[in-house]
Write a protein that binds this ligand. Structure first.
Ligand code: ADP
Ligand code: ASP
Ligand code: MG
Length: 406
């Protein structure tokens, strides 16, 4: 008998038929003698609808109330999924995040899990129940409902698997595993049998939405056996995340391409080159809880610097407002915001020992006439910013140039 945590994303619980399919799959595992904990997302499109309703009513919605609203999508699916499982003669019980006691900090809309109280659910598991837990949500120490950021049900599932020391955490979605890049953008993308934890962490952090980054971090920290597979297929092994460090010799140079359309670029132009500049610019932005991603400071000319960074598109206006307020204090000439960019990244542990990856990447893009506005690199990735409209073309040509379809 194994303890298995299964997470079903939005398209996997999109309607009664899909929920019945989930219940059938759960029944299969129960019939095989396993204990099953199910984590569900809201029906696909539901979270977006709720976010739109909030916008329609309030210009600057209170984060607390926003989370009260946006967390309701998952409350519907836990109830429905529990009912569908009960229909099959199996004991099932739904749990909201706070009923489990998923304790988070109070950073509404991007809360972090601090602790999971497992006492209640352990008891129900021992009593033979299938537990159906709402993804994406928790509660802070004062009982306020919090949410974990878009895609957060992945993190709920992995955190629950870690807390219960589950034998496996299965992430069921609408593709049958992790591919060399998003199969919706590159039709020749290749499914990977396994991927190293390190590479998955990079892909997720660079925008591959197949797993939320925090779920991968949790998996790594607690060595959760994590698998991504399709809820639309009967069989299939999906893709397993591996933790071994010893097969790097055979690793391909590039394992995948990630991209992110959610970022916007901010440039502060013509600021005097003085010590502490980065802190002066980014300090007030961090204080407003705005996450900054790529940061590039251009080499000064005539004692002046350009400072460029990216933020989430939804936080561009707020960022520009903060910077405009400090413009004279910073002695900056100009502040520019550009939402029409996309970030594209090549990822691979094999890159460490190979030179020439960057030059091949840049040559490929120049042959396509694609202009690169910003570059940043680390040991196992190269990220660039390009025009959002050219993203698909860029991903397709790089996928081919690096033989990722072979
Ligand atoms: P769910 O609602 O099940 O959580 P998501 O939409 O969050 O599903 O994640 C699955 C999607 O991730 C796929 O439909 C696919 O378009 C996208 N995706 C992006 N990069 C990859 C990749 N490298 N491999 C597989 N899927 C990817
Ligand atoms: N329903 C939430 C979202 O759409 C969480 C999730 O699906 O993982 O982002
Ligand atoms: Mg998701």
């Amino acid at each position: 008998m194994s303890l298995i945590v299964q997470k079903y994303g939005g398209t996997s619980v999109a309607n009664p038929e899909r929920i019945n399919a989930v219940a059938d799959r759960v029944k299969g595992f129960v019939d095989d003698g396993h204990q099953v904990v199910v984590v569900v997302s809201a029906m696909s499109g539901e979270t977006n609808k709720l976010l739109q309703l909030i916008k329609d009513v309030s210009k600057q919605p209170s984060p607390r109330e926003s989370d009260v609203i946006v967390s309701t999508g998952e409350q519907v699916t836990i109830g429905l999924t529990a009912l569908a499982i009960q229909e099959r003669g199996i004991k099932a019980k739904s749990y909201t995040g706070s009923q489990v006691k998923i304790l988070t900090d109070n950073a509404h809309s991007k809360a972090r899990i601090i602790n999971i109280g497992t006492e209640n659910i352990q008891k129900d598991l021992a009593d033979g129940y299938v537990l159906v837990i709402a993804g994406f949500q928790g509660a802070d120490e004062n009982g306020n409902i919090t949410t974990l950021g878009r895609g957060g049900s992945d993190t709920t599932a992995v955190a629950i698997a870690a807390a219960l020391k589950a034998d496996e955490c299965q992430i069921y979605t609408d593709v049958n595993g992790i591919y060399t890049t998003d199969p919706r953008v590159v039709s020749t993308a290749r499914k990977l049998k396994s991927i190293t934890f390190e590479e998955m962490l990079e892909l997720a952090s660079l925008g591959s939405k197949v797993l939320q980054i925090r779920s991968v971090e949790f998996a790594g920290k607690y060595k959760v056996k994590l698998r991504v597979l399709s809820s639309f297929e009967k069989n299939g092994d999906g893709t397993i995340i591996t933790y071994e460090e010893d097969h790097k010799m055979e690793d391909p140079i590039i394992s995948g391409i990630a991209f992110n359309r959610d970022e916007a670029k901010v440039t502060v132009q013509g600021i005097p080159d003085t010590p502490g500049l980065a802190y002066q610019i980014l300090g007030p932005i961090a204080e407003q809880n705005i996450d900054v991603d790529m940061i590039i400071q251009n080499i000064g000319h005539d004692g002046e610097n350009d400072f460029t960074f990216t933020v989430n598109k939804s936080e561009l206006d707020k960022t520009l407002e903060i910077l405009e307020g400090m413009k004279s204090h910073l002695n900056a000439k100009k502040i520019i915001g550009d939402p029409n960019i996309a970030k594209l990244s090549l990822v691979g542990v094999g890159m460490k020992s190979h030179v020439g990856v960057a030059s091949k990447m840049f040559r490929t893009l120049s042959e396509e006439g694609i202009n690169i506005s910003t570059i940043s690199t680390s040991e196992i990735k190269i990220s660039i910013l390009i025009d959002e409209n050219l993203l698909d073309m860029a991903v397709q040509s790089l996928h081919k140039a690096f033989n990722l379809d072979q």
